[in-house]
Unconditional design. Structure first.
Length: 95
């Protein structure tokens, strides 16, 4: 299992435990999922390991995670109407 998914799952469950509705909990999980990918990419750059063959696989998975995140945010936006769409677009621009 990738390192981003446990962070996503933990954040979503924490959001549910805190009383958020399921859509808000999924959105909270998405934020942690994306930040986990950014941390991994930053570590690879800082440790100067981007030229290693295994790093190419890791970076490829990070791109796949970003695609999955876009799909999840689209789903969340469709569940929350125009306000959710605006929030998803704002997150996409910031991210």
């Amino acid at each position: 299992m990738r390192s981003g998914f446990p962070a996503y799952l933990a954040a979503a469950l924490l959001g549910l435990a805190a009383g958020l509705d399921p859509v808000q909990a999924v959105l909270m999980g998405c934020v942690f999922y994306a930040s986990s990918s950014a941390v991994i990419a930053k570590l690879l750059i800082d440790l100067r390991r981007t030229g290693y063959p295994e790093s190419e696989v890791v970076l490829g998975l990070l791109v796949l995670e970003d695609i999955v995140l876009a799909v999840i945010l689209t789903f969340v936006a469709s569940q929350t109407g125009y306000a959710g769409l605006a929030a998803s677009l704002l997150l996409a621009i910031v991210y």
